[in-house]
Design a protein around this ligand. Structure first.
Ligand code: C2E
Ligand code: MG
Ligand code: MG
Length: 710
């Protein structure tokens, strides 16, 4: 704070307060007052302005107004009340130093006053100029120091009481001297109870895993005279037995001479943080649904197994297991049941295998099993076989009986790969192949799968660009009336003009496009192009007949499928009766109700519906009746052998009869020979499609065909 002092000439000079320390003299004697005032003004130490009160009551009022640096009090004012009068004065301003004045005879009372809080006393025989000022100076400085000390202490106490960290101090002998409230809570001892007790009694520290007493860092801080941290993973055992994980450090306390006089330990509860870190380490390595090791831990263990196997020159096996149709269970019964089924499967796997094996969850419905203790491939095959059998047993979950199969791929170290990632990839590829071969089986990895995978990979990346680069085109193959040889319809078949591979046929890329979802965009392109071409031929005055487009399951499943067909028709200006959609049985059987309703919508628009590759699936007649079908296309694998194989001939004729009974137009696919045509005619199959009539042709060639007929 600053005080402004006006000087002559209007200039102002700033003097810090405190430089002028006003002394209050409480003394009834005029003479001694004059003497003291002079002494204070003329002192060599500095001049003290003085205010004078002749009575105690007057002095008390002045003191209450502040601005007084020290008090000089004449003891003779105490009168008959003795030291009590002084107490009154002291209680009004305990922080202001008081020096009492007295006669030689009052020395006993003066000493009493010092005991009650006066800074000092001066007997009348001593108040010469020098000693008076000096005594006051000392009193004022000492009081200021005491205030500063008090503040510092106060701050320390408030801090210690309010911080969350526990603080505990000991002396060199290891006896507790101080605990803050947090330390009281954590040790279970109040400060009073703890004070003077041996540290080891109050602060019981043990190793988190062994529960054995751990070295107390306070003792080490004292012995080694340095700051020490706690050994990791320590716990504190509270007085009532409760345990906390703690983290801390201890430091020695020194006296002014630098000697260790004790130590202080600061610690806090890290139970929550430690539990969290344990949980995090766990979830980084284990799958939370099945509690099996996760992919990370599996790779780690596989790498370790590989190292051991290479030292002992032994094989190991990786089994990649994928559950068949798990998604269906998850979708229809819900994730909760799905998760329980996964747990049931993982229990079975664990029960089946040895302790040295690792069963891990790779994610979704995929499990990877590491067999690190096999002698040869046959051992791996035996394990795979046992897994398939164990999985086939029903799972009882929440009153439901669930059946699930699995498909396994196996890779072997060292033949198939030298590192974990390669082995797992090989096992995955083998599993994929086993799935294609018909699921619920296992398959060893073969090198040619690698080539297949590489090709698939390059097809997939090429497909992403094919649409933009306009690399697709359509070929057209006629459908023919077997009796008249007239063209009755067209099927549009996609081709991919690949910049490197040349013409790529749909068998090689449609399934890849389905898996990566591109089929939807490709399908739209095909339909638009087919409709555009059909309309163009009609505009050119060529034969107006339906054009058939193949629709993939993925495309048909799209919510917007019907709308999409509608907008393509209107964009290309093709009448709906000239568009035919070919769907396989599988597509229709996947979700019968929704398929039936979509087909009805399409049918109402006037579009024709054909069932492609008929006979390959498992559709029953009762199902077929639900769908508004116009055409049944008998799969070419039957037609192929109708003239050579008795069974196929019977089947084909049965299918023809069935289609006719449902009033469907029956078309035979893949008619290559005259004999086949004759057989089909004899069995009243109305139409056929195949090389016998025409191979699929480009648009220009096909236009000729439309113009001139076969
Ligand atoms: P699909 O619908 O059954 O088509 C008939 C397939 O049989 C065509 O093969 C055709 O070239 C072939 N074919 C025709 N006549 C004969 C014959 O006398 N002998 C033999 N051996 N084969 C004959 P492509 O064009 O390779 O198509 C194969 C399959 O790919 C098609 O079978 C169809 O399922 C699918 N596909 C073709 N184009 C598309 C398309 O645009 N979209 C979708 N989603 N699938 C398509
Ligand atoms: Mg077709
Ligand atoms: Mg077909």
């Amino acid at each position: 704070m600053l005080r402004e002092d006006r000087q002559s000439g209007g200039e102002s000079q700033v003097i810090p307060i405190g430089e002028q320390e006003t002394i209050l003299l409480i003394d009834s004697d005029q003479h001694s007052s004059d003497q003291i005032r002079t002494a204070l003004l003329e002192s060599s130490i500095g001049s003290f302005p003085m205010e004078w009160a002749t009575q105690l009551s007057e002095g008390l009022i002045r003191l209450g107004k502040r601005g007084i640096a020290a008090v000089l009090f004449d003891l003779s004012l105490c009168g008959g009340s003795g030291i009590k009068t002084f107490d009154k004065l002291f209680s009004i301003a305990p922080e202001i130093p008081i020096v009492v004045l007295g006669k030689a005879a009052d020395e006993a009372l003066a000493i009493e006053a010092v005991k009650h809080g006066a800074q000092d006393y001066l007997l009348s025989s001593h108040h010469d100029i020098y000693s008076l000022a000096r005594t006051l100076r000392k009193a004022i400085d000492r009081a200021a120091f005491a205030v500063a000390q008090h503040m510092e202490r106060e701050m320390a106490v408030v801090t210690l009481n309010s911080i969350g960290d526990a603080v505990l101090c000991t002396d060199v002998a290891g006896r507790v001297t101080y605990q803050n409230p947090s330390a009281e809570t954590m040790t279970g001892w109040t400060r009073e109870e703890a004070t003077s007790r041996p540290l080891t009694e109050v602060l019981r520290i043990a190793d988190g895993s062994t529960r054995r007493t751990a070295p107390n860092p306070l003792e080490r801080a004292i012995q080694e005279n340095r700051t020490v941290g706690l050994t990791p993973n320590c716990i504190l055992i509270r007085r009532d037995g409760t345990e906390f994980a703690i983290e801390d450090s201890a430091a020695p306390i020194h006296d002014r001479a630098g000697c260790v006089i004790g130590a202080v330990i600061v610690f806090h509860d890290v139970s929550v943080a430690r539990a969290m870190s344990i949980q995090m380490t766990y979830s980084a390595h284990y799958d939370l649904v099945t509690e099996l090791p996760n992919r990370l831990l599996l790779r780690d263990r596989t790498s370790q197994s590989i190292a051991a196997a290479s030292r002992h020159n032994r094989p190991i096996a990786i089994l990649f297991l994928d559950l068949d149709h798990f998604k269906h269970i998850n979708d229809s019964l819900g994730h909760a049941i799905g998760d329980r089924l996964l747990r049931s499967v993982s229990k079975r796997l664990v029960a089946l295998l040895r302790a040295s094996d690792t069963v891990s969850r790779e994610g979704g419905d995929e499990f990877v099993i590491l067999l690190s203790d096999i002698s040869d491939r046959a051992d791996a095959a035996t394990s795979a076989q046992r897994i398939l059998i164990a999985l086939n047993e029903p799972h009882h979950i929440e009153g439901l009986t669930l059946y699930i199969n699995g498909t396994l791929g196996i890779s072997i170290y060292p033949e198939d790969g030298k590192d974990a990632e390669t082995l797992i990839q090989c096992a995955d590829m083998a599993m994929y192949q086993a799935k294609e071969d018909g699921r619920n089986r296992f398959q060893f990895f073969k090198q040619e799968l690698n080539l297949k995978a590489a090709e698939r990979q390059s097809i997939e990346s090429g497909l992403h660009l094919a649409l933009e680069r306009d690399e697709f085109l359509l070929n057209y193959q006629p459908k023919v009336n077997l009796n008249t040889n007239r063209i009755t319809g067209i099927e549009a078949l996609i081709r991919w003009q690949h910049p490197v591979f040349g013409v790529v046929y749909p068998e090689r890329f449609i399934s890849v496009a389905e898996e990566c979802g591109l089929i939807v965009r490709i399908g739209h392109w095909v339909m638009r192009e087919a409709c555009r071409q059909a309309r163009a031929w009609q505009n050119a005055g060529l034969l107006a007949i339906p054009i058939a487009v193949n629709v993939s399951a993925v495309e048909f499943k799209e919510k917007a499928f019907v709308k999409c067909v509608q907008s393509i028709l209107s964009d290309t200006d093709l009448e709906p009766r000239f568009l035919e959609l070919e769907l396989t049985e599988g597509v229709l059987m996947k979700d019968v109700e929704s398929a039936a309703s979509k087909l009805r919508e399409l049918k109402e628009m006037g579009i024709r519906i054909a069932v492609d590759d008929f006979g390959m699936g498992y559709s029953s007649l009762s199902y077929l009746r639900k769908f508004p079908i116009d055409v049944l296309k008998i799969d070419r694998s039957f037609v192929n052998q109708i003239t050579t194989l008795q069974d196929d001939a019977i089947l084909a004729s049965a299918i023809i009869a069935m289609g006719r009974s449902l009033k469907h137009c029956v078309v035979a696919e893949g008619v290559e020979t005259q004999q086949q045509k004759i057989f089909l005619q004899a069995h009243h199959c109305l139409e056929g499609q195949g090389y016998l009539f025409s191979k699929p042709l480009g648009a220009t060639e096909f236009a000729h065909l439309l113009q001139n007929g076969l």
